[in-house]
Each structure stands twice: as structure tokens, then as C-alpha cells.
Design a protein around this ligand. Structure first.
Ligand code: ZN
Length: 231
């Protein structure tokens, strides 16, 4: 079910606040254009009533599409250090809502759904971008770890970093390395889509290498570095 609330938003340009109805939960099976609009950055645009500046409201906290095979919860980026506790919390919510209460048909469908949590707008958009382009997010995160290893010599001076996928196009996947500390971009690259397809074909081998990315709700390569940075 989609759900809206009225929120007070503050214009980043002039600081004037206004009330707007924003989605906190989106049912992707009902709102078919949601993934496209969220990934293209046109979802939740607000025009300031005082100065006319257009800006984005926060993305939804939940995107679900059981028939489409995904259930995605977004938490604030600042909470990423608590990912293990939040994974458990989200798993509990999902079980209660979709596996324990509903009739058998829904339970069956829900059992096959990819359950995910993420932190912040960029990760949320990235997950939906992967969904839109049929990219297995586990393969994408394995690819990021390989990329980090290949570029270690260029990146290590910036301190711990993570990769964010910002676009998928004919030439490949746009990946930006940002610092974990303040999300500052430090490197950009385009990876041919075939490389992620190759990882997808060999997922069992990758599972043996990067077990943390399999069987958990927070499928993100930064699992391997977050603990060291955020207390
Ligand atoms: Zn304004």
C-alpha cells in the first residue's frame, strides 16, 4: 500500500518552509512509473512558493512491489553503522506483514521477494536503478569490491571509500567513488555492463569470496569497511 504524509519542507535556497504531501511508502505494483521517476530524479520535486526554486523532498522510506520481487526499506545515512540491528528489525517487520499474517498465495509470493535495506537517498536510488535495469545487486556489489582492489593505489589516500552507481546507459554503468566520511566524490569510472553480467553468471563463486554480500538484507560492499569508520 502506498502512503503519504504531510511534511514541513525547507527551501535550500531561501529557507522558507512550506507543507507538502510526500510519499513515505510506495507500492510499485500500483504506481508503475515510480522506479523510473525516482531513478531519473523527477520524483518528489517541490517548487518553493516563496522563490520558485525547485528541490527534492526526501525519497520514500519504503518501496515495495511483491509481484516485481522487491521490498526495499530506506534508513537515514547516519544510521548505517547500525546495519546489523536494522537488518534484524526489517526482517521482523517483513515476516510479520507478509509471511505470518497473509493468506498462502501472498506468503508464497513474499517468500521469493528480495528483501533489502539501504541508507540514504543515493543507495535507495541505486537499488531501484539496479532493479530497473535487471542488475543483480549482489553482483554489482561484488563488482565494486573488485574495482576497489584494482584502484587501491589511486584511492587509498582519500581514506575509506565506497562506490555509488548513478546511471546505466549504453556505454555501461557510471560508478563514483565517494569518501565514507563525507560522501565526497574522489573518482569516476564507467564499467561495461558485460562485466556485471559476467559476475551474475558466476555468483556462486563470488558468494564464496564475499559471503557478507549474500544472505543479508544490507547488500552493500561498504559492509566490509563501515565498521572501521562509524562508531
Ligand atoms: Zn525558496
Amino acid at each position: 500500500m502506498s502512503r503519504c504524509v504531510v511534511q514541513r519542507l525547507r527551501c535550500p535556497n531561501c529557507g522558507v518552509e512550506q507543507e507538502e504531501k510526500v510519499f513515505v511508502s510506495v507500492n510499485g505494483a500500483r504506481i508503475k512509473t515510480a522506479v523510473q521517476r525516482i531513478t531519473e530524479g523527477s520524483w518528489g520535486t517541490v517548487a518553493c512558493l516563496a522563490c520558485g526554486q525547485r528541490y527534492l523532498a526526501d525519497p520514500p522510506l519504503l518501496y515495495s512491489d511483491l509481484s516485481g520481487g522487491i521490498w526495499l526499506v530506506r534508513y537515514p545515512l547516519l544510521q548505517r553503522g547500525r546495519f546489523a540491528a536494522l537488518e534484524a528489525e526489517a526482517e521482523q517487520i517483513f515476516s510479520r506483514e507478509f509471511l505470518e499474517r497473509p493468506p498462502a498465495v501472498i506468503r508464497e509470493q513474499a517468500a521469493a521477494v528480495r528483501r533489502r535495506i539501504c541508507f540514504g537517498r543515493e543507495q535507495f536510488v541505486e537499488k531501484l536503478l539496479a532493479l530497473r535495469h535487471g542488475i543483480d545487486d549482489r553482483a554489482l556489489e561484488c563488482l565494486k569490491l573488485g574495482l576497489s582492489r584494482d584502484l587501491l593505489g589511486q584511492l587509498f589516500m582519500h581514506g575509506p571509500w565506497e562506490w555509488l552507481m548513478s546511471a546505466v546507459h549504453e556505454q555501461g554503468i557510471d560508478l563514483t567513488a565517494v569518501t565514507l566520511a563525507d560522501q565526497r566524490p574522489v573518482h569516476r569510472t564507467v564499467v561495461p555492463i558485460e562485466e556485471v553480467r559476467r559476475v551474475e553468471e558466476h555468483l556462486p563463486q563470488y558468494e564464496g569470496l564475499f559471503t557478507e554480500l549474500f544472505g543479508h538484507l544490507y547488500v552493500n560492499a561498504s559492509r566490509y569497511v563501515t565498521d572501521e569508520v562509524i562508531v
